[in-house]
Design a protein around this ligand. Structure first.
Ligand code: GLA
Length: 390
């Protein structure tokens, strides 16, 4: 996206003057799926593409929100921030403003233009990207830019949970806010302790594949899975002293699983425990350069999300299965919440073009429409972009 063009667009909407520019990435999760809310390890990274935010202070109590992606423009009164269904995408920025103002951050009027490059509904966290963008803008413009970044991450998640009403875990906001160029983040969601890991894939590269199936029904299914995990946890807590499902090792789980008499509840819990172990192994594999092992773990993760957690669906299963059939691909899995959206594949660098061509053809034959592919490097977390010219 051309930032100078965006500035012109901003000036057209709001008039000439100084503009500050911020960027917030999307994210992709390498492995550790549906376990952030089970106290497990996740292994995401920020992407190079994301959401731009152009902003100018107004000096009053009004925030104007416009976007190059949607026609809808919304004006927010900072002294009366309420959720409105018709405000659609603007509820994400509004939620962050509300949460920040409630806990004592200073806020003042702004004109804002948002421009996103993250395909909507692809499961690459366009909403967390927008939330962190607004949080960092408010911190930088009105609060001296001194807020602890993890605090901004947590309050963005809170905005999504309490204002927008999506009961997501911490992973997306953490990856977006704490992302580092060329690094993935191994995050322990129970303690929020984290490690950056270099992503050295040797002869391989990561291909992001969008099924182009939008994640319909996603929220209700997501909440259903969370409830099933809570049910498993409360049953297991009668016999063992754990705070979250991922406190159990696979061995411990195997001894206790007979307590879970409902098949679906047992399967969800089993996925959580084993996925957590896989994530730790994947981190080790990457650190020691065992890319093939890393690929196998990706594949096992997908199998478990399909068979035990049941969050994949025909499109994701097809794209992953077709990917694995093609020479040069050593691992693939869905990423994010599932039920559509994106998958990732680990593919030999010199085979990427033929890989994409083949998968596109085969997927289209089976599903009826084409997937999209993104080759993104690993980008920085949310930041202000200082331009050398006005
Ligand atoms: C969504 C949620 C995350 C996480 C993933 C699944 O992206 O926002 O918190 O639970 O699904 O791993």
């Amino acid at each position: 996206m051309d930032v100078l063009k965006l500035k012109e667009e901003f000036n057209k909407i709001y008039g000439e003057g100084e503009v500050r520019v911020f960027h917030s990435p999307g994210r992709v999760n390498l492995i550790g799926e549906h376990i952030d809310y089970n106290g497990g390890y996740v292994f995401p990274c920020a992407l190079e593409f994301g959401t731009f935010g152009l902003v100018r202070e107004r000096g009053d109590r009004k925030v104007n929100l416009a976007s190059t992606n949607f026609d809808l423009k919304v004006s927010v009164d900072l002294d009366n921030i309420v959720y409105k269904e018709e405000d659609d995408w603007a509820n994400y920025p509004k939620g962050v403003m509300k949460v920040m103002s409630d806990i004592g951050y200073r806020l003042s009027g702004m004109d804002i233009l948002i421009s996103g490059n993250i395909p909507n509904g692809a499961g690459l966290s366009s909403s967390a990207s927008l939330e962190l963008l607004i949080a960092v803008i408010i911190d930088t413009l009105f609060n001296g830019g001194t807020a602890d970044r993890v605090e901004l991450v947590k309050l963005s998640q809170k905005a999504e949970n309490t204002f927008v009403g999506v009961n997501c875990g911490i992973m997306d906001q953490f990856a977006v806010g704490m992302g580092k160029k060329n690094k993935a983040i191994l995050l322990d969601c129970a303690t929020l302790k984290y490690n950056y890991a270099s992503v050295e894939l040797g002869d391989y590269t990561l291909v992001i594949m969008n099924t182009n199936k939008r994640r319909a029904l996603n929220e209700s299914k997501y909440n259903e899975r969370r409830a099933e995990c809570d049910e498993a946890l409360s049953i297991l807590q009668k016999e063992t002293d754990i705070k979250a499902l991922c406190d159990l090792t696979a061995e411990e789980f195997d001894k206790l699983e007979h307590l879970l008499t409902k098949e679906n509840v047992k399967n969800r819990a089993k996925h959580a425990v084993y996925e957590n172990e896989r994530t730790k192994k994947a981190y080790e594999a990457l650190n020691s350069g065992c890319i093939e092992e890393f690929g196998k773990l990706l594949k096992a993760s997908h199998d478990s999300l399909r068979d035990l957690y049941e969050v994949t669906g025909r499109e994701l299963d097809t794209i992953v299965a077709e990917s694995l059939k093609i020479e040069g691909c050593i691992g693939a899995r869905m990423t994010g919440a599932g039920f559509g959206g994106c998958a990732i594949a680990l593919v030999k660098k010199d085979k990427v073009d033929s890989f994409m061509e083949q998968v596109k053809k085969n997927y289209k034959e089976l599903i009826g429409y084409e997937p999209s592919f993104y080759l993104s490097g690993i980008g920085e977390g949310t930041e202000e972009i200082i331009l050398s010219c006005k």
